[in-house]
Design a protein around this ligand. Structure first.
Ligand code: GDP
Length: 385
């Protein structure tokens, strides 16, 4: 091969493991390093209105209208950048993100928002792969998001590993975004909620929000979706039943997964049992009766049935007005929960509270100060500053 024939420059050096007298027989060459970020793209220098010099390519800094145009035009790169902007906690980004969101707001809402929960191992990722593929084959555009408040602790997120969603993650009609990392559950949920709106503005008409079946995250996800699906498995230990009961009350459908092979009969029996159990629960959504179904995500069976259930749900709640009413109530509740978060954070970060809290806590723990007086003392301190 002639020098440079592999696309390398003739000045390229051979890698250090290659015999230096090996001639041009090696396809690999070491090129001089590029300046800038890991990808060689120059970074924007704040306050200079320009990109750092000496670099070939510059990633343009987007303004509000660039974001809006890109998202509305279905440009995936801009969509990703817009979501990164929504996820940023930097004050200058928050302001811009809110501008983008305000402009996009009239184009949001045209989707069905589906929450999916289930204990680890229930088959959520496998189900989303099968269900998502089923939907895109029917002409839908699917966004897969996640609320996983543990992702910052474990260093990964439930959707971080896309290998179980191999087909889906490669499809242009699907957009997968892992859980935002870091912060409180409320903070993580805020970011996911805004991401959901951006995806809707980009034309995604089915939004799947995945969460793990532990902790408070189900209640949070329930409050941001239209339809809540609980994925279950037959014969899980009794220790799980407690968790399930609370979550079962939130579900618009129970889906017993892994109804295949030797497990098929057990799954059907579990379905019958759950069907009896939910009969005694309050319906999660007014005017809708929750039922239990079976599916096999691995064999891609039962996808049509559950999609028909969701479509029926949309129809019934749409006709009764419950669908729109829920969305309005969710938006208002969201404001309340953000105010709560904000005030709580302001309170506990206040220097006077930070200074006095350990002493007040010690007094309460030592029986010197009643809890109510302690609260009053802290609130007086906060109000006086
Ligand atoms: P997640 O933790 O809830 O996301 O669960 P995964 O999707 O990672 O699935 C956990 C395990 O169950 C994997 O080994 C899957 O292959 C398996 N699994 C998922 N769905 C099915 C199914 O429908 N049938 C069978 N037999 N196995 C399944």
């Amino acid at each position: 091969m002639p020098a440079g024939g592999c696309g390398c420059t003739v000045d390229g050096k051979l890698p250090e493991w290659a015999p230096q007298d090996g001639g041009q027989g090696f396809a690999s060459k070491v090129l001089d390093g590029v300046q800038g970020g890991h990808d060689g793209i120059a970074s924007y220098t704040e306050g200079t209105s320009r990109y750092q010099t000496g670099r070939k390519y510059a990633r343009p800094k987007l303004n509000v209208s660039d974001y809006v145009k890109g998202v509305r035009g279905g440009d995936r790169v801009t969509l990703g950048q817009a979501i990164t902007l929504m996820e940023s906690n930097a004050p200058k980004h928050v302001e811009k993100a809110q501008e983008v969101l305000k402009t996009l707001l009239p184009h949001t809402g045209n989707s069905i928002r589906i929450g999916i929960t289930g204990v680890p191992g229930a088959g959520k990722s496998t189900f989303i792969e099968a269900f998502g593929c089923h939907l895109i084959e029917r002409g839908h555009k699917v966004a897969v998001l996640a609320v996983d408040p543990t992702s910052s602790k474990s260093g990964g997120s439930i959707l971080g590993d896309k290998t179980r969603m191999e087909l889906l993650s490669r499809d242009e009609r699907c957009f997968i975004r892992p859980s935002p990392a870091g912060g409180t559950l409320g903070g993580v949920a805020r970011k996911t909620r805004e991401t959901m709106l951006v995806c809707e503005a980009a034309g995604f008409d089915v939004i799947l929000v995945e969460t793990v079946g532990v902790g408070q995250s189900e209640t949070t996800v329930r409050s941001m979706v239209d339809f809540f699906l609980l994925l279950m498995i037959a014969g899980a230990g009794d220790e799980l039943q407690g968790i399930k009961k609370g979550i079962m009350e939130l579900a618009d459908a129970l889906l017993i997964n892994k109804a295949d092979g030797d497990n098929k009969i057990r799954a059907q029996m579990a379905r019958n049992e759950y069907e009896r159990a939910i009969h005694y629960l309050q319906p999660a959504t007014e005017g809708w009766t929750t039922h239990a179904y079976t599916c096999s995500s691995l064999r891609k069976r039962g996808m049509d049935e559950i999609w028909n259930v969701i479509r029926k749900f949309r129809e019934v709640t749409g006709e009764s007005g419950v669908f729109e009413r829920h969305r309005r109530e969710q938006a208002v509740k969201w404001v309340h929960s953000m105010v709560n978060e904000h005030l709580l954070s302001m309170f506990f970060k206040h220097p006077e509270i930070v200074r006095s809290l350990p002493e007040v806590e010690a007094d309460v723990a030592g029986g010197k100060l009643p809890a109510v007086s302690a609260v009053q003392k802290l609130l007086d301190l906060f109000n006086s500053c």
